[in-house]
Design a protein around this ligand. Structure first.
Ligand code: ATP
Ligand code: MG
Length: 337
């Protein structure tokens, strides 16, 4: 598909000068129409910071210090980092909507849920009459599995899963091209999470929006996403087709996230998680930030940052972007089958 969102060399700092730390370094990715792009990585790796920066919702002390974010909208290409506040207001929600971490608490507690949706439609789709807005709100809530009998409820009368469905309906209300979801279902039980995600994927197929899906849960992304970006200490360390990433991860950190980190000595064993902890942003190791935790680290990993190679086209349309040297592990036979 055609690109809808292009992020190039994006850098984000918290604080400026000597007190500043870099939370996102040179992030580059492309989201295509209708695509699901998953973003995974341990807590603190910069996933939310990247999402906030791309949508220009980053708050102080966060500062975008470099890069480009190009949105391909109905009126042409827009550089979101250069756009003024009025333009951003129009694009956000209308074209790019966001469901944030703990979005369940973002509903207005004193408004009934049908009113929350019709108010949003009144503000952004003034050409619709009251009856049409109402019809649209009911339709949207039905799409996310909320029946007519719930329309007059207040948020506190709904379960967490129901509230999250309302948030998703709100995000889809204006038929955006891009929906960014930051851990949209992590607060929910597994069954509810699965139900909501299944519905979301069906909606995506019907309405054709693209999704950036942020989660700690790499196994979920392998199921849902077309493409996966793995973040570590603020960098995208691997970016690949989801199946390729699962079957032959190229960065040792990806291997670790797949819970198949081999033992340093002796037999390979499946492990839960990666030994050690990510570095503090104030003390990022030189070279590949992962090298102190990496059993495959070579001498050069301590001073060279591995670069993502250009996609290798093995057949038309089948891109295999991966990791360049160093730190390309041997055949990862510890990877789950
Ligand atoms: P999680 O999985 O826990 O949501 P994340 O990958 O979304 O983590 P971010 O919230 O983007 O990570 O944080 C990235 C880094 O930026 C972390 O080291 C965090 O401590 C730092 N950070 C985030 N917000 C601020 C802030 N307001 N001021 C200073 N540092 C911040
Ligand atoms: Mg986050």
């Amino acid at each position: 598909g055609e690109p809808v969102l292009e992020v190039r060399d994006l850098c984000v700092d918290y604080g400026v000068g000597r007190g500043g730390v870099r939370a996102v370094t040179d992030a580059t990715l492309t989201l295509r129409r209708g695509e699901v792009l998953g973003l995974a990585g341990e807590s603190g790796s910069g996933k939310s910071t990247l999402a906030y920066a791309v949508t220009r919702l980053l708050r102080a002390p966060g500062v975008i210090t470099g890069g480009e974010v190009r949105f391909h909208g109905p009126d042409g290409v827009l550089d979101l980092l250069e756009a003024d506040a009025a333009t951003l207001r129009k694009v956000r929600w209308d074209q790019i909507s966001v469901v944030f971490q703990s979005a369940m608490h973002a509903l207005n507690p004193v408004a009934r849920i049908d009113a929350q949706l019709t108010d949003a439609l009144r503000a952004h789709r003034s050409q619709l009459g009251a009856a049409e807005r109402r019809e649209r709100a009911v339709e949207l809530l039905r799409l996310v599995g909320i029946g007519e009998e719930r329309l007059r409820s207040y948020p506190h009368e709904l379960s967490g899963g129901m509230r999250q469905r309302v948030m998703i309906a709100m995000a889809l209300a204006l038929e955006p091209r891009v929906v960014i979801m930051d851990e949209p279902t992590t607060a929910l039980d597994v069954v509810t999470q699965r139900e909501i995600l299944d519905e979301l994927m069906q909606l995506k197929d019907r309405l054709g929006f693209a999704i950036v899906f942020i989660t700690h849960d790499l196994s979920l992304l392998i199921e849902l996403a077309d493409t996966i970006a793995i973040m570590y200490a603020g960098r995208i360390v691997e970016l690949a087709d989801a199946q390729r990433l699962f079957h032959s991860p190229r960065h040792p950190y990806t291997l670790g996230l797949l819970n198949s980190f081999p033992a340093l000595h002796g037999e390979r064993v499946r492990m839960e998680g990666i030994p050690g902890a990510p570095p503090a942003l104030t003390a990022l190791p030189a070279g590949c930030a992962f090298h102190p935790r990496c059993p495959f680290a070579l001498e050069r990993c301590a001073h060279d940052v591995p670069r993502l190679t250009e996609p290798r086209l093995t057949e038309p349309g089948l891109a295999e972007p991966g990791l360049a040297e160093p730190a390309e592990p041997a055949e990862p036979d510890g990877a789950p089958a």
